[in-house]
Ligand binder design. Structure first.
Ligand code: URA
Length: 217
């Protein structure tokens, strides 16, 4: 039976446009300029979908015809948090949609001795605890970095249910690890792949997102 993600996971509508974009970024022959362009398109859709899961309040305005329009207004302030380095690729997509958005950063790397994810750097707006956080990392693989990042946000006072984790490609292992620890948090993902390979890359995935986006080895 096909994999059914837990209820905390929102998968983007699988439109032909999205599928064509993910096909391009997964292709090993795609050149960097196209990789960036089509990743940015997907990121934009992810951010828009993520924002749909934030609270709103009713708001009535008067249009130039003098009539009332009963609409809604955004409620609460937000903050982007990118997991360095690959998550930084998603910052512009958030800025394009949320003017002057604050963006915090987290650097997590594997500890040489323990092989566990270790926090090396975190910088957030001082009032982060009162904001909704959009956590940015393009690939949800084992979930190790994401879990460390979420623990860090919680240490800074952010409530679990105020965190939305946005990624382009995820897999059942990473989803299970994150959801088991943080059941009140939501994950917004463009596609869910089959699993992890022996090198802990997502299978079929797209290789190393950060290297392909930033043009490094
Ligand atoms: N990070 C990546 O860039 N790719 C993967 O497949 C897994 C983690």
């Amino acid at each position: 039976m096909a994999y059914q993600p837990p209820k905390q996971v929102i998968v983007l509508p699988q439109t032909q446009q999205l599928k064509a974009c993910t096909t391009i970024i997964r292709d090993k022959n795609t050149q960097r300029a196209d990789f960036i362009f089509y990743s940015d398109r997907i990121i934009r859709i992810l951010v828009e979908e993520g924002l749909n899961h934030l609270p709103v309040v009713e708001k009535t305005v008067v249009t130039p015809t003098g009539k009332e329009f009963h609409g809604i207004d955004f409620q609460g302030r937000i903050c982007g948090v990118s997991i360095m380095r690959a998550g930084e690729s998603m910052e512009q997509g958030l800025r394009d949609v949320c003017r002057s958005v604050r963006i915090g950063k987290i650097l997590i790397q594997r500890d040489e001795e323990t092989a566990l994810p270790k926090l090396y750097y975190a910088k957030f707006p001082p009032d982060i605890a009162s904001r909704f956080c959009l956590l940015l990392d393009p690939m949800l693989a084992t979930g190790g970095s994401a879990i460390k990042a979420i623990e860090t946000l919680i240490d800074y006072g952010v409530a679990e249910e105020r965190i939305l984790f946005l990624n382009l490609i995820s897999c059942p292992e990473g989803i299970a690890a994150v959801v088991a620890k943080f059941p009140a948090m939501k994950i917004v993902t463009a596609e869910i792949d089959a699993g992890l390979d022996e090198k802990l890359y997502i299978d079929p995935g797209l290789g190393d997102f950060g290297c392909r986006y930033f043009g490094t080895d």
